[in-house]
Design a protein around this ligand. Structure first.
Ligand code: NAD
Length: 260
């Protein structure tokens, strides 16, 4: 129960990594606002946890993280329902892409930047202000990606947004340390969520082979790390990127080289 007494907001909490993290946080004793653009699915998560013996531990909130006023309202809902805020997990994101020279900026650049980049900025602002006003420490964890640190096919806008998340993390940790606020980014590799499961079996096998265990990461495995980072046990991790990529970033590909 290492998150007992803590109140958290998790964006993108109705699916994939966010949902696994909601379940993990509740199991560790936290109270959680399940925030998602899809309110019906967020409410279904609350109903699931209520029925599973965690009645009242979660509340749903509809949010489009690309709109600051909605992110502020989401934080206000945590305070209204649970009385305070201790942790925000800025995790909501969208993927997709086209070859760079075929971009229509209004379709292939701006929406990605608004959700994956501005959404995290908004979360840092709204939660940071809440922590400062409460006069308590707080933890801000944001989901970047391996693509935030490298070039990849069809990923021009996504990589830019995810790189910004890493930069935000460093700068915010530096600026907010005086308020006792800790800021961390995670970089998942290939995680078996709807974002990845939409692809063919062949492509999923290729994705799996990019990781050292030769399989897709389970969302629950990411959630375990996020719960640790949110806990006081991780007090010394601040301003840095925690790679949760099963080694993706440390090797290029399996070459099947002959012995020589
Ligand atoms: P997912 O599609 O399963 O879940 C994303 C959730 O975010 C959904 O519930 C969706 O409704 C919500 N969402 C989308 N736009 C939103 C908005 N504007 N406001 C609020 N909520 C919104 O995806 P996932 O794989 O769980 O991804 C979670 C995060 O992890 C994303 O930031 C993604 O970029 C990142 N990531 C995923 C992988 C992977 O392999 N799956 C790898 C690296 C990084």
């Amino acid at each position: 129960m290492r998150l007992k007494g803590k109140v958290a907001v998790i964006t993108g909490g109705a699916g994939g990594i966010g949902l696994a993290t909601v379940r993990k946080f509740v199991a560790e004793g936290a109270q959680v606002v399940v925030a998602d653009i899809d309110l019906a699915r967020a409410e279904a998560v609350v109903a699931e946890l209520d029925a599973a013996g965690h009645a009242g531990a979660t509340a749903a909130a509809q949010v489009d993280v690309s709109v600051l006023a909605e992110v502020e309202a989401m934080v206000a809902r945590a305070v209204q329902v649970f009385g305070r805020l201790d942790v925000i997990f800025n995790n909501a994101g969208i993927a997709g892409g086209k070859p760079l020279l075929e971009h229509d900026p209004d379709v292939d650049y701006a929406p990605m930047i608004r959700v994956d980049q501005d959404g995290v900025y908004h979360g840092i602002l709204a939660a940071g202000r809440q922590f400062r006003n409460q006069g308590t420490p707080g933890v801000i964890i944001s989901t970047s990606s391996i693509y935030g640190e490298q070039a990849a096919e069809l990923a021009f806008s996504y990589s830019a947004a995810k790189a910004a998340v890493i930069s935000f993390t460093r700068s915010a940790a530096y600026e907010l340390a005086e308020f006792g606020i800790r800021v961390v980014a995670i970089t998942p590799g290939r995680v078996g969520t709807p974002m990845i499961r939409q692809f063919s079996e062949e492509l999923k096998s290729t994705f799996a082979a990019e990781q050292l265990r030769n399989k897709l990461t389970e969302p629950e495995e990411i959630a375990n790390v996020v719960a640790f980072l949110a806990s006081d046990e991780a007090n010394v991790i601040n301003g840095t990127v925690v790679h949760v990529d099963d080694g993706y970033s440390v090797f290029k590909q399996r070459l099947d080289l002959p012995v020589f």
